[in-house]
Design a protein around this ligand. Structure first.
Ligand SMILES: NC(=O)C1=CN([C@@H]2O[C@H](COP(=O)(O)OP(=O)(O)OC[C@H]3O[C@@H](n4cnc5c(N)ncnc54)[C@H](O)[C@@H]3O)[C@@H](O)[C@H]2O)C=CC1
Ligand SMILES: O=C(O)/C=C/C=C(\O)C(=O)O
Length: 484
């Protein structure tokens, strides 16, 4: 049984909080014990992070930090199989996903932000002064200080390093609070930090729950200078309230109820391939996933039939087996939530096209399985059409006109992402501009250039990360005005 310790000031330490079990979602078995950080441990982690700003890390030049970031990427790649196994055991996600997305992106994030900090510029302005002389203004890009990084469980290493890498590139120190469901890769990264020579206190990990525990102790800590969070919208609200004390900046990437829009001129095969992934990949546990589809009436029946075939094509089982294409959901609690929506769909009179229940997976009866599911026939105010479910399921509604599709897609408090499918260029531009989201994909889904602004509008978040936008969040700009 693995014991996951906190990582504070360069050392692995047991926390004073109550330890809790770590489950393998594929079997439901307890495979580890997580040592939770108490308030004193969080104080120690934040204290170490604060002290490290004044140590060798704080004095390092950008090229020296960049060299260390590249070593971190190499360090993850050198232990690729260990990271892969750790992520698979925590999440149950298939090897085919974790080895192509989670772990490579976990390493790549360090290289991407190493490149970014080398080219992150600031502005300068010359001005005239009343005495006939002049002055020169230029901005310094300085670290904010100690950054709290609060992470979810769906893409643990990928989303954690997406925040840690730019924070370190900009010269900050971090205290990471991984999801209580997925402690493994953040802990393992502590070993890599030590191995490549990241000074102690620069990267810290505290384990535990959110409210009244490590998450809240960290986000309300007065010595934390900025908070970055990915997760549920209600948690984002709680974190914003905590950040208000002391006026700390937040970057929040929150929930979504993303709409896909399919016009009748779309390439149907490519659309089904893309939206099949958008609906079901990672067992639907991707904030960018598509849980509402609006399909033009002329191709509605063919589309629904094709999507149902995609839903039925998944193979459940051992996540280490390369043939497995769908894993369980993260926990028994989350499965109960997803299945409660399957019940609500039934009660509301949905037409069930595929799935709708739990599969029998031979040899893995204790796993948290749910079937990929497609419904039609519900009104737009049905819970299944309005709420973020975060499962492998989607509801498909027909539409007639572009205006109608946009009105339906925009009728939600959320505004994270969309995936629009059409071969009409004018329509692609028009809909991408009119839909109220942070990320509009056209004829693709989850195609990621890490230099682009990434984040949500409306209740899906505040701020953008990625490329220069991460540099803006993780640095404080100071204007210097020199009288010449
Ligand atoms: N990427 C996303 O958009 C994600 C969305 N979700 C959605 O959220 C639902 C709940 O899943 P959870 O794991 O409970 O998400 P969550 O948003 O509650 O938890 C995410 C992280 O925030 C921490 N946290 C929770 N409450 C906190 C607080 N008051 N202060 C500081 N930290 C806090 C948690 O410990 C965890 O590390 C899911 O059913 C799903 O719908 C879940 C995971 C990722
Ligand atoms: O940065 C990415 O490429 C992926 C982001 C995915 C999420 O933020 C999520 O699912 O929560």
């Amino acid at each position: 049984m693995t014991r996951f310790l906190n990582f504070i000031d360069g050392e692995f330490v047991a926390g004073s909080g109550e330890a809790f079990a770590n489950h393998f979602p594929t079997t439901g078995e307890v495979i580890g014990e997580v040592s939770a950080a108490g308030r004193a441990d969080v104080d120690a982690a934040v204290g170490a992070a604060k002290a490290a700003l004044k140590g060798p890390w704080g004095r390092m030049s950008i090229p020296e930090r960049v060299a260390l970031l590249r070593k971190l990427a190499d360090g993850i790649n050198a232990r690729f199989d260990e990271f892969l196994a750790a992520e698979i055991r925590d999440t149950g996600k298939p090897r085919s996903i974790a080895s192509h997305i989670d772990i490579p992106r976990g390493a790549a994030n360090f290289n991407v932000f190493a490149d970014q900090i080398l080219t992150a510029s600031t502005e300068t302005f010359e001005m005239a002064t009343p005495d006939g002389g002049g002055a020169l203004n230029y901005a310094l890009r300085l670290p904010r200080g100690v950054i709290a990084v609060v992470c979810p469980w769906n893409l643990p290493l990928l989303l954690m390093t997406w925040k840690v890498a730019p924070a370190l590139a900009c010269g900050n120190t971090v205290v990471v609070k991984p999801s209580e469901e997925t402690p493994a890769t953040a802990t393992l990264l502590g070993e890599v930090m030590n191995a490549v020579g990241i000074p102690r206190g620069v990267y810290n990990v505290v384990h535990g729950m959110g409210p009244g525990a490590a998450g809240e102790f960290l986000t309300s800590h007065p010595d934390v200078n900025g908070i970055t969070f990915t997760g549920e919208t209600r948690t984002g609200e709680a974190i914003m309230r905590a950040a208000a004390g002391g006026i700390r900046p937040v970057s929040l990437e929150l929930g979504g109820k993303n709409a896909g829009i399919v016009f009748d001129d779309a390439d149907l095969e490519a659309t089904l391939e893309g939206l099949g992934r958008a609906c079901f990949a990672n067992t639907g546990q991707v904030c960018l996933g598509t849980e509402r589809l609006y399909v033009q009436r002329g191709i509605f029946d063919r589309f629904v039939e094709g999507l149902a075939a995609k839903a039925r094509s998944y193979r459940f089982g051992d996540p280490f087996d390369p043939a497995t294409t769908m894993g369980p959901v993260i926990s028994a609690e989350h499965r109960a939530k997803v299945l409660s929506y399957y019940d609500k769909a039934r009660a509301a009179g949905a037409t069930l096209i595929a799935g709708g229940g739990t599969p029998d997976v031979a040899g893995y009866a204790g796993g948290y399985w749910v079937e990929p599911t497609v419904w039609t026939g519900l009104p737009e105010d049905a819970a299944v059409v309005r709420d973020e479910i975060f499962g492998p399921c989607t509801h498909v509604t027909p539409f007639d006109t572009e205006e109608e599709a946009l009105a339906l897609a925009n009728d939600t408090p959320y505004g994270l992402a969309t995936s629009i499918w059409t071969t009409n260029l004018g329509r692609a531009h028009r809909t991408a501009k009119a839909i109220e989201v942070g990320i509009a994909w056209v004829n693709c889904w989850f195609l990621r250039d890490l230099r682009t602004p990434f984040g949500g509008s409306k209740a899906s978040g505040i701020g953008r990360e990625g490329g220069i936008h991460s540099m803006e969040f993780y640095t404080e700009l100071r204007n210097v005005c020199i009288k010449l």
